[in-house]
Design a protein around this ligand. Structure first.
Ligand code: ADP
Ligand code: GN1
Ligand code: MG
Length: 361
């Protein structure tokens, strides 16, 4: 297969021993270009992950990689007594000149990670046990980064979860109607406009800033094939100062519904209570010791807010003509927006019971 990039050439710039065999596109992320490459090392095929960082979105890839170096080194320091430590945190492979990234002739930034074997990610949740394990792992991740030494991490995307600004971006996209698609999304625009008032709730709640992941999609944690444990949190591009609730909210968004993010049959999109309960229990099993009562109070709300926020972003991108998220079919961003808004509705219907559950755990 002809690839969009010359991964063989990229790989030759990293400290990797052996003969490059092949590479293929990997995963289902919306932003970066990810490849899995196989290198023959003295007779053993060894896999590596290569990623081209999307520098249209991450404007300062050098600062981003500095963040990732600090985070992976900190996590490795904590796990190094575990024999399995190199599966428990991402490990960057340095370039031949000792850098964390290689810059190709076209100005692209590339990084390389050890491939985490005997574990995988899932695009849709299959059981409450998986939800529990994912939430426990993301909570553990926050806990391990609580003592990350100063300085403050770089903001790789400023105001990433500033929901009122995301709402303002939607208003601008409606105004501009760049792709002439407004009439096709009339119901979704209406849905969004009716909920403007929820956007600023977390920002006004005086919650503590922490080092958070900010993209805790279910497919950003690798579950161990043998034990099901959430063994490694991945996709560290947005690890930066934030609210713990953004992370919990995105778990609710991506782990309580059995449907994929771009499911067209909206009857499949629903907030499944047992999944939410598993998330709360999993998250509190690791994060419970440092969360404040104010943070706990908003656990259910954060699920609704982040789902709404990502729905706003898909809708904005649809109206702008699909310039941010990768799309693979016509109306892809609108389909994604619809699943998010359907899930918001489902959460609204169950929010009281969700809050009650949180109080009882
Ligand atoms: P994106 O930012 O595009 O979502 P990710 O970093 O999440 O990129 O990577 C995309 C997919 O590649 C992940 O969902 C996961 O399946 C796989 N992946 C990423 N890093 C590793 C790794 N170190 N080992 C094994 N698989 C990985
Ligand atoms: C993007 O990179 P990926 O696919 O894990 C996006 C997230 C969204 C998510 C929606 C940097 O995440 O913020 O929640 O898509 N990442 C960025 O699926 O914008
Ligand atoms: Mg990802």
């Amino acid at each position: 297969m002809k690839l969009k990039h010359n991964v063989r050439l990229v790989a030759s710039h990293f400290q990797i021993h052996g003969a490059f065999q092949e590479a293929e596109p990997y995963g289902s992320g919306h932003i970066n270009d990810t490849y899995c490459a196989i290198v023959d090392q003295a007779g053993t095929p060894v896999r590596y992950i290569f990623q081209r960082i999307n520098h249209n979105i991450f404007k300062n890839p050098v600062a981003l990689l500095e963040n990732i170096q600090r985070v992976t080194a900190h996590l490795a320091g904590k796990a190094n007594e575990d024999v399995d430590f190199s599966r428990r945190a991402l490990t960057l492979v340095a370039t031949r000149t000792g850098e964390a990234y290689y810059r190709d002739g076209e100005g692209n930034y590339w990084r390389c990670y050890l491939f985490i074997e005997r574990a995988r990610t899932y695009d849709a949740v299959e059981s409450p046990e998986q939800a529990f394990q994912a939430a426990k792992a993301f909570g553990q991740f926050q806990k391990m980064l609580a003592d990350l030494p100063v300085p403050r991490m770089h903001d790789t995307i400023p105001d990433f979860h500033h929901t009122p600004k995301r709402f303002a971006d939607l208003e601008k996209a409606i105004e501009a109607n760049q792709a002439n698609r407004m009439s096709l999304a009339a119901a979704e625009i209406d849905f969004a406009l009716k909920r403007k008032s929820i956007c600023s709730v977390l920002l006004e709640a005086n919650l503590p800033e922490r080092v958070t992941h900010n993209d805790t999609k279910f497919n950003n944690v690798m579950l161990d094939d043998a034990t099901g444990e959430g063994i490694c949190v991945i996709d560290l591009d947005t690890v930066m100062p934030g609210l713990a609730l953004y992370d919990f909210g995105d778990m609710v968004r991506t782990t309580t519904s059995p449907a994929k993010e771009d499911e067209r049959d909206l009857s499949e999109v629903t907030m499944q209570f047992p999944m939410f309960e598993a998330l709360v229990r999993g998250y509190l099993s690791s994060a419970g010791e440092f969360l404040t009562p104010a943070e706990k109070k908003f656990l259910a709300f954060s699920g609704k807010l982040i789902t709404f926020e990502i729905g706003l972003r898909f809708l904005t991108d649809y109206l702008a003509g699909d310039t941010y998220f990768k799309v693979h079919r016509d109306g892809h961003n609108l389909d994604r927006c619809r699943t998010q808004f359907k899930l918001v509705e489902s959460i609204e219907q169950q929010e009281k019971a969700m809050n009650k559950l949180v109080e009882s755990v």
